[in-house]
Each structure stands twice: as C-alpha cells, then as structure tokens.
Design a protein around this ligand. Structure first.
Ligand code: SAM
Length: 231
C-alpha cells in the first residue's frame, strides 16, 4: 500500500558572510549541500560564494524587483517536495535585504521555515560599540533625501532605546549631520568593515566625529545612544 501524499519541502534561510569567509558554519555548508536548489538575491554573487566554498548548486534569482512572481514559483516547488535555501548577498536575508515576501508566502502555504544562524552586521556593530545594548531599535537605512531622513529621525528622537542604522559610504557624512541636527550631540559609534581586515570602531560624540573626519570608506553601521532626557 503506497502513500501518495507529497511531503512539502523546507525553506531554509541562510545567512552569508559580511566580509569574513570563515564565518560560514558547518551547518550552513551541509544545508546547502542537501537542498535541491538555492534561491538568492543575486545569482552571480551567490554562485561565486558557493564556488569559493567548493560547493555547486543551481541558483535561481529572487530579489526585490521580482520577489512577488518568483516567490510564487519557489513556493510551488517546495510544495512539490523540493527543499530550498534562500540567501541574500551579505548577512541575514530579510534584514535590509530581500526574502520577507518569500517567507510570508511560504508560511501562508504551511511550509516549514528554518532559519540558520550566522553573520549579521548590526549585531556585531552593537556589541562592539560599547553603547547600551539592553534595549535597542534597529532601523536599517534612513531615507536618502534629507527632508525625509530628518522626519524619520524626528519620529525616533524620543525613543529611549539605542538606535541602529545602516548607511552607505557616500551618504554617511550627510546622515551624521542629520543625526546631529535632529537628535542632538549624542554618543555614537561608526562600526566599519566588520569582520574584515580593516575593521574599525569610531566612538565619540557625533559633533566631534563630524569635525574630525571628512569621510568614511567601506561598509558601516551607525549606533546611536538613546535619548537621555529622562535619565
Ligand atoms: N542583510 C545584511 C545583514 O544582515 O547585516 C545587511 C544588508 S544591507 C543591504 C547592507 C548594509 O549592511 C551596508 O550598507 C552596511 O550598512 C551594513 N553592512 C554590511 N556588511 C557590513 C560590514 N562588514 N561592516 C559594517 N557594516 C556592514
């Protein structure tokens, strides 16, 4: 007597290195080996990473511009029994990166979602900053337009939690100026090039950092101390 019910597969969410390739865990490697295919933000970047790890696996693209359509197809494959790993270009999928639409669709279809642990930029930045990590708000990227960025910061101004932002090097100085103008002269940390050779934590009040630096290179996280008015 045969059971013809097709068992649905699993969606694995796999974090990728934010710089240091040795942060790929044995579990990540064995999961990539076991899945039927990898869905990813950028097939070229992920294929390159997989070949550096000595792995080869079919990669299909599922990024912010095609995530609605592609996630439908991926979910159907999982419902047909395929196990799939989703990977973004760096760090955790779904954290300022694509993946959330796929996860939502998988859950709507009763698919089991299994996130693996691994590298993430804002947690490294926070724990190395020396700024209070008991309560924090991870915001991600502020808007590139000054007026919008400042109104976003206005909403965060009174929050009594540490604030964490992602930023790109060509916008960091403008963003620090907005932080100074809206949030005041708070203690901050710019954590750059995390897990890489030139990893650096620049700590101080935002005014002195603006005065002492013309620019910052590389990738960076900004950690800002909480509103201190009531302490
Ligand atoms: N999904 C990623 C994660 O879990 O951290 C974040 C992806 S987001 C598109 C990229 C931003 O993360 C960069 O602009 C930078 O703010 C931050 N970032 C990524 N790698 C970093 C690193 N090695 N050092 C500092 N910040 C980094």
């Amino acid at each position: 007597h045969k059971n013809w019910i097709i068992m649905s597969g699993i969606l694995y969410l796999i974090p990728t290195p934010i710089g240091n390739l040795s942060e790929v865990s044995p579990r990540i490697i064995s999961t990539i080996k076991e899945v039927d295919f990898v869905a990813c933000e950028d097939t070229r970047n992920t294929s390159k990473l997989l070949s550096l790890l000595g792995l080869s696996k079919t990669c299909v693209s599922c990024h912010e511009h095609n995530e609605f359509g592609e996630s439908e197809k991926i979910v159907n494959q999982i419902l047909n029994g395929k196990n799939v790993a989703y990977m973004s270009d760096a760090g955790y999928p779904c954290i300022s990166d694509p993946g959330s639409i796929l996860v939502k669709k998988a859950i709507e279809n009763n698919i089991k979602v299994v996130p693996l642990s691994g590298p993430n930029a804002f947690l490294n930045g926070l724990v190395g900053s020396g700024i209070d990590s008991s309560h924090f708000l991870f915001y991600g990227f502020l808007d590139p337009k000054e007026s919008k960025r400042k109104s976003e910061l206005e909403k965060l101004k009174n929050i009594e939690f540490t604030l964490i932002f992602y930023e790109a090097p060509h916008r960091i100085m403008d963003t620090l100026k907005s932080i100074y103008e809206v949030l005041g002269n708070r203690q901050i940390c710019v954590a750059r090039e995390l897990t890489k050779v030139y990893e650096e934590f620049i700590r101080g009040d935002v005014k002195s950092i603006i005065e002492n630096y013309e620019s910052f290179k590389g990738e960076m996280v900004i950690i800002v101390e909480k509103n201190q008015e009531n302490t």
